[in-house]
Design a protein around this ligand. Sequence first.
Ligand code: FES
Length: 126
Amino acid sequence: MIFPAGTVLCAFADIADGASKGFTLGEGDWPLRGLLVRLGDAVYGYVNHCPHAGHRLNFHPDRFLTPDGSLILCLSHGALFDKASGRCVEGPCRGEALKRLAVKVESGEVRLAEPADLEKLVTRYW
Ligand code: FES
């Protein structure tokens, strides 16, 4: 399944400046789970899949950041990621990066900026 460019992920106002928000596209056992991080007027999107061991980053909805809000945190083994680049700056996958999802803010909504192919973005485990 391919979600077209322009697919709405959430309202821009739903993400406080500096904060994060999760989203899910699709249904069933293997939807596309992602996270958004807002820095001022910019929003960055990533697939919710840690490059270390492939776990989801968060245990609680919309909570993807360190307590001080400065970095993205994977709660499984503590990897820390830069909010704007997704690059791991500390932890077991240092130098790797979260998979980027191109997003844009348009008409007060955060939307996909490019089509998102579920088959290419979701890692399945059997
Ligand atoms: S799975 Fe994220 S740090 Fe290990």
